[in-house]
Ligand binder design. Structure first.
Ligand code: PLP
Length: 404
């Protein structure tokens, strides 16, 4: 049996007629950049996410870059980011000649460890970027509390978590100052190329986001600020508009698949409970855990939408090889945390001091991220997977673990 990590075809076929028509309508209109279609999509997101302003942008990476620019991040500023995320989260900071300052992650959620933020704050710190990794909200209350205490901006990286609700029912991306999302095809809501979204409830930030998306002119060709080309194509907006109403159903599918994995791993005797952080005789597989149950009163109920279902195993690289040989898709998100990336090596030990007189960052400060990078592996979890496929994946992993 073949189990791909992700297959976008069945999702497209569900909506093919509507999507094809929407795309042809754009072609017919010959209006390709921003325009009324993008505006309609933005209005849909304002309602869907319950947020005042939404702007379609060229990618999730550009959403983050534009957000930092709108927040006024400049050369020499420090921005706190978890060391374990997709590269863009830290890369955008460096692209503005600001300095990404890394924190460790929580070993259960893989998200920013709030206890590691405060000691990384200096008089240069300007912002925090919590990432809602794999489709689960970061622990936002302490992040917001620290940000308020030190007057920092909070830019949420919700690239893997659009529609996820924090425990108070608010959608991620609407809790901090600016929220950033990606429509990269492998995200839960993907377009047919690159695309993204920024959202905010702050009118001044909204104005800056809006004009900086198109080079910063207001009016056109008159520039008080410098922006870039961060525009979304009308074709991508047309696809997203058709797909958005189906998103919650797809998320339910992913959650069901995750639940099945978890149940089967326990039945096979590979795990006793979700969210364990150490291997032992009865926990050869460490399972993910949805921590922030929604207690809000909103219609959405997703507190973990499993953009990725990530387990940890002792012999991760051998398991990868075994699964690949058996035609089971898998991936490692991410094999190298930021603090071990070559491009950031000058920041380790060399850059800055924390309040306790130690270097701001050194190689051994991030044990949870190192553990995740060494042991985590993502399994196929997309909504259209069958029960047989998931059962097969668990059987194969069981076979591997019993023999190794
Ligand atoms: C995908 C992703 C991004 C970047 O989004 P793109 O649309 O690919 O530019 C940023 N952060 C995280 C956590 C992501 O998963």
């Amino acid at each position: 049996m073949k189990v791909p990590l992700l297959d976008l075809k069945p999702q497209y076929l569900q909506l093919k007629e509507e999507i094809d028509k929407a795309v042809l309508d754009v072609i017919d209109s010959q209006r390709f950049i921003l325009g009324p279609g993008v505006k309609e999509m933005e209005d849909m997101f304002c309602e869907f996410l319950n947020v005042k302003h939404a702007f379609g942008v060229s990618s999730g990476t550009d959403a983050l870059l534009l957000a930092l620019m709108a927040a006024g991040i400049k050369a020499g500023d420090e921005v706190i980011v978890p060391t374990y995320s997709f590269f863009a989260t830290a890369g955008v900071v460096s692209r503005l000649n600001a300095v990404p300052v890394f924190t460790d992650i929580d070993p259960v959620t893989f998200n920013i460890d709030p206890n590691d933020i405060e000691r990384k704050i200096t008089d240069k710190t300007k912002a925090i970027i919590p990432v809602h990794l794999y489709g689960q909200s970061a622990d936002m209350d302490p992040v917001i509390e620290i940000a308020n205490k030190y007057d920092l901006k909070v830019i949420e990286d919700g690239a893997q978590a659009i529609s996820v609700q924090y425990k108070d029912g608010r959608c991620v991306g609407t809790i901090g100052d600016i929220g950033c999302f990606s429509f990269f095809p492998s995200k839960n809501l993907g377009c047919f190329g690159d695309g993204g979204l920024v959202v905010t409830n702050d009118d001044d930030l909204a104005y800056r986001l809006k004009i900086m998306r198109v080079h910063g002119g207001d009016p056109k060709y008159y520039h008080k600020v410098i922006g870039g080309n961060f525009r979304l194509d009308a074709l991508q907006a047309a696809v997203i508009k058709v797909k958005l109403p189906a998103l919650n159903g797809w998320s339910e599918g992913r959650r069901k698949n995750a639940e099945l994995y978890t149940k089967l791993f326990m039945e096979k005797g590979l795990a006793t409970e979700e969210g364990k952080i150490q291997f032992d005789e009865n926990n050869k597989v460490l399972l993910p855990k949805a921590v922030y149950k929604n207690t809000g009163e909103t219609e959405l109920t997703n507190y973990h939408i499993y953009n990725q279902y990530v387990i940890r195993v002792e012999k991760r690289d051998e398991l990868r090889k075994f699964l690949t040989e058996n035609e089971i898709g898998n991936e490692v998100y991410y094999p190298v945390p930021f603090h071990r990336q070559e491009c950031f090596k000058d920041l380790m030990n060399e850059y800055g001091n924390s309040g306790d007189g130690k270097p701001l960052m050194s190689m051994n400060d991030f044990p949870n991220a190192d553990f995740a990078a060494e042991h985590s592996i993502a399994l196929p979890v997309y909504p259209e997977l069958t029960e047989e496929q998931i059962t097969y994946v668990v059987e194969k992993i069981t076979e591997f673990v019993k023999n190794n």
